[in-house]
Design a protein around this ligand. Structure first.
Ligand SMILES: [Zn+2]
Length: 532
């Protein structure tokens, strides 16, 4: 038996996270994310608001068989109605959910002004709704909206709302920092007072990130006695987002102040998949992962300076707050114009190239990196281009294919419907062995057309690049010497969820893009072990 206390995690990516600007989950997305969260070991997954929109209604229209407490969200009964005469509440009780999370006002000002009802009627609505859901066999949670602001304005009433839910049988009373303005010390004090009235193992925290304290506020609430944390994957959520579970989970698992006192549903094996889960969500949202995300970002364990690099090789723990592999990330020693031999050797070792430290090719590689970085290449942001440069200097990249020529044109014209349209088309002539292949493609822009044409037919190599996708394309104009040059960074992924970045530099944007595209394709061929 563990002597540690159980701490519960509640994910609201699919409900609160769905409020994020530009995020629109389909039913299939919601089911895939819910499954991923359940597999990660999240105790509660809030799926949405049945009755509020067709996708959420459908999501809860039948049992989904998820290994988590699948939760439906909705309002308490409307003031002045009975629970049996409230269509919103009825939809919630009909939903195929293991738990129901109600939201109710707990700030007296909002009760009067927004709800236009009396304090007593609001309390009755909380009691009745919780009791009705409990009678329907559901586990019940109550989100106390604006709890912290409400508590500061009128602690007696905010607490009365929370107590009404608890006394009516709610498993959890969740204290929400709805506008995200509360600071950690305030959360710790207020939660500490709440748990005098309601046992902490029935109290949850729901923090928003408007002062970038959502994670800190969640931890402060736990320190004060709360035992459920609500948050989202990658901190998704409206405005500045919700508490980021991807940062909270490793903190709870790896920082002794928490790991010694608490158990969570995420075990060590699943913790190692955290980086992958985080990236997977970004992929579904079609956005590039945040390189600087704590624990899981590409740069989270990256070091630049030469003196640090040699120390890291000797004793990683001196420069890392936790071992990166525990969260599914990896150590990265950046190659840059500050790079010394130690950086270079470390990076070569990581990508699986063994080079003796006295090998003369090492000096040639170092010179090549410095020279190219002076021209504008950025290898620390383009791991795959660095990998290829190193392999080329070491003489291990086969000549898979050669692009003999390409032609890209951009045409603006009036189409048959009288609209002005811009069309891009690319033609690429490639030599693969003795075969000459010519491919053409239209694209939404010249680089897109070139990419499509280049990847349309690579003969015998085609099967190796079928799963290749571009996920991000970034352009920067640099001043190298007197000339302005363009740097293009491309991020790619493959069917196995692997990510890599490549770089191209030229005064011409198409040229720079072409280099980065070529590196991405060749890198994929090297990784796939394609025969020369
Ligand atoms: Zn919220």
């Amino acid at each position: 038996m563990s002597s540690r206390e159980r701490l519960y995690l509640f994910d609201t990516t699919l409900r609160d996270g769905a409020q994020t600007n530009g995020v629109d989950f389909t039913l299939a997305d919601k089911l895939a994310i819910a499954k991923m969260l359940a597999e990660l070991g999240i105790d509660y997954v809030e799926g949405g608001y049945p009755g509020a929109n067709p996708i959420d209604t459908e999501l809860f229209s039948k049992p989904r068989g998820l290994r988590t407490t699948f939760t439906a969200f909705g309002m308490t009964r409307r003031p002045g109605r009975s629970t049996s005469n409230d269509p919103g509440l009825a939809a919630l009780l009909d939903a195929h959910a293991d738990a129901i999370c109600f939201v109710a006002k707990s700030w007296d000002y909002h009760v009067r002004v927004a709800l236009e009802t009396t304090e007593e009627e609001n309390l009755a609505s909380i009691r009745d709704s919780v009791a009705a859901a409990k009678a329907a066999g559901r586990e019940v949670l109550l989100d106390c909206e604006h709890f912290f602001d409400g508590y500061k304005a009128n602690p007696r009433y905010a607490l009365a709302c929370a107590k009404a839910a608890y006394e009516a049988g709610a498993r959890w009373v969740v204290l929400c920092d709805t506008n995200g303005g509360t600071l950690p010390h305030e959360v710790e004090t207020i939660v500490g007072e709440v748990v005098q009235a309601i046992p902490g193992d029935h109290v949850g925290i729901h923090a928003h990130n408007d002062t970038e304290q959502a994670v800190a506020n969640s931890l402060a609430a736990v320190r004060a006695g709360a035992r459920q944390i609500q948050g989202t994957l990658n901190g998704l959520g409206e405005r500045c987002g919700n508490a980021n579970l991807v940062s909270l989970i490793p903190t709870l698992k790896l920082k002794p102040d928490f790991s010694r006192r608490f158990d969570i549903g995420v075990d060590d094996a699943r913790l190692k998949q955290l980086a992958q889960v985080s990236h997977k969500l970004d992929e579904m949202l079609n956005r590039a992962p945040n390189r600087h995300a704590p624990y899981v970002g590409d740069s989270a364990f990256a070091t630049k300076a030469g003196i640090h690099a040699s120390a890291i090789l000797k004793e990683p723990a001196t420069y890392e707050h936790v071992p990166p592999d525990l969260v599914g990330n990896r150590r990265k020693v950046l190659v840059s114009d500050q790079a010394g031999r130690a950086n270079l050797l470390a990076e070569l070792e990581r990508i699986g190239l063994t080079v003796n430290k006295d090998d003369p090719r090492l000096a040639r590689l170092l010179d090549a990196v410095k020279e190219r970085e002076a021209q504008g290449y950025a290898y620390e942001a383009a791991d795959a281009s660095f990998d290829l440069l190193a392999r080329r200097v070491l003489g291990t990249v086969p000549d898979y294919f050669a692009v003999e020529k390409f032609d890209v044109n951009v045409e603006q014209r009036i189409n048959a419907r009288g609209e002005r349209v811009t069309v891009s088309m690319a033609v690429v002539k490639v030599k693969v062995g003795d075969e000459t292949l010519i491919s053409a493609a239209e694209g939404i822009g010249p680089v897109n057309a070139l990419d499509l044409a280049l990847r349309k037919d690579l003969g015998k190599y085609q099967k190796h690049i079928e799963g290749l996708n571009l996920t991000d394309y970034r352009v920067r104009i640099l001043n190298a010497g007197t000339e302005a040059v363009t740097r293009v960074l491309i991020e790619s992924e493959d069917e196995n969820g692997e990510h890599w970045s490549t770089v191209g530099v030229s005064p011409n944007i198409i040229d720079a893009s072409f280099q980065a595209l070529m590196d991405s394709i060749v890198y994929k061929l090297v990784k796939s072990g394609a025969p020369a």
